[in-house]
Design a protein. Structure first.
Length: 217
């Protein structure tokens, strides 16, 4: 989640300058998988240059002002317990995140204003099913039985959206934390300070598990 004024004036500009510095143009889309596997634009022949790129990106993520709400699905436990199958996994994550997003919007005194929620497009049928579930949740199909003033937006995975790129960069480190909690995870150490937590801003990086960071089941 981003404050729109800060997003436009700070976050977007910083990431664009970063791209111009390392590529000479700003059309590169930052995908975590491609960066990690060093493919496409991220095949740096100079190791020092590549290390500087990772360090600069890490610094941008550390300094960027955003709030994270996540829901990680343990598929093995899910299927073993027969709790939910197929595309409903995406719906489970959506209802949790939207409920917490409503709490955040209430905290920011924005609960009566429209908030746009942007999803990566996954295909016509998948998008249609998700939109129906999204609207069901926002129409009161949630634990609070409240109407959420959210609007759904679908974006192509190739869209050069700063917000979507940052979301992509935070997803895998969170998943790794869930799967391998004792493994060193430098990226998660940064993200940990971004989670929405139970005690507001008084204890940044604490009391976010089961709240800003949820694991199901």
């Amino acid at each position: 989640m981003f404050n729109k004024n800060n997003y436009v004036t700070n976050v977007v500009g910083v990431l664009k300058r970063f791209k111009f510095e390392y590529f000479g143009y700003d059309t590169v889309v930052l995908h975590e998988r491609e960066i990690r596997k060093e493919i496409g634009h991220f095949q740096f022949t100079n190791k020092k240059f590549g290390n500087n790129f990772i360090g600069a990106l890490h610094s941008i993520m550390d300094n960027a002002n955003f709030i994270t709400i996540s829901c990680s699905i343990d598929k093995k436990k899910l299927f073993e317990n027969g709790l939910v199958m197929g595309n409903n996994i995406y719906h489970v994550a959506s209802v949790f995140c939207l409920e917490i997003l409503y709490e955040l919007s209430s905290e920011k005194k924005q609960e009566d204003r429209v908030t746009h929620v942007v999803f990566d497009s996954r295909g016509n049928r998948e998008d249609r099913d998700l939109e129906l579930e999204f609207r069901r949740i926002c129409d009161g199909g949630n634990e609070k039985h409240r109407r959420f003033p959210f609007e759904v937006v679908f974006a192509d995975k190739r869209a050069n959206s700063t917000g979507l790129q940052i979301a992509d960069l935070v997803a895998r480190p969170i998943g790794l934390r869930v799967i391998k909690p004792t493994q060193a995870n430098r990226a998660f150490d940064v993200i940990m300070k971004k989670f929405f937590c139970r005690d507001g801003h008084a204890f940044v990086g604490q009391n976010f598990e089961g709240y800003g960071m949820h694991v199901y089941p």
